[in-house]
Design a binder for this molecule. Sequence first.
Ligand code: HEC
Length: 190
Amino acid sequence: MAFSPAYKTFEKNANFPDGRTMQAPVTGTIARDQPMFHFAATPQDAISAGEQLTNPFLLGAEEAAAATKRGHMVFQTFCTPCHGGDGTGNGPIAQRGFPPPPSLMTGKSLEMKDGQLFHILTLGQNSMPNFAAQLPPSRRWDVITYLRKLQEKEQPTTAPAVESGQENTESSDDEPSDAETESAESGEKP
Ligand code: HEC
């Protein structure tokens, strides 16, 4: 056994057809422990992602609570600059000329499945940047879990810091009257 000649990363290499030492990974290679994500940045694929991907943190109440807590931190750090602390889209960047995002508390975001939100966070959507580099997949699911809680609570003006403890008995003085209930049942938003 004598000297074994190892190639340096960027050295020329006659053993490969392209003459390089560093070879690209085989098509379809994914990093170890990373979940599969084989969707393109198209609206159709966003919908497919919604149908195929499920939030891994919704398996139990404990996991969901922990994910919500982490997601709260992620949201405050990465999302509030544009979406605002209450998710309605009035963050400081939006107030200074960046195209204001739609409210995350109403409309499309409520209807989109978790997997579609994951697609948006992974690949972006129009002027919304993607967060694939900043947030590993598990943190993206965390923020989605938190977002769902925020939507459930529908407390657009207060940051939902209280995750445990006192039950917030949804203000009973806000009960719709009989007339309003009827119009709601007939399909109109009260
Ligand atoms: C730089 C500003 C900016 C940041 C930061 C940002 N967003 Fe957005 N977001 C936008 C804009 C603008 C849109 C609207 C994009 C469009 O026109 O389709 C949007 C859209 C969305 C939508 C889709 C809403 C819809 O109705 O189509 C979701 C969900 C969303 N953002 C979640 C997040 C989350 C979660 C974070 C934090 C991890 C985040 N965004 C960070 C600007 C931002």
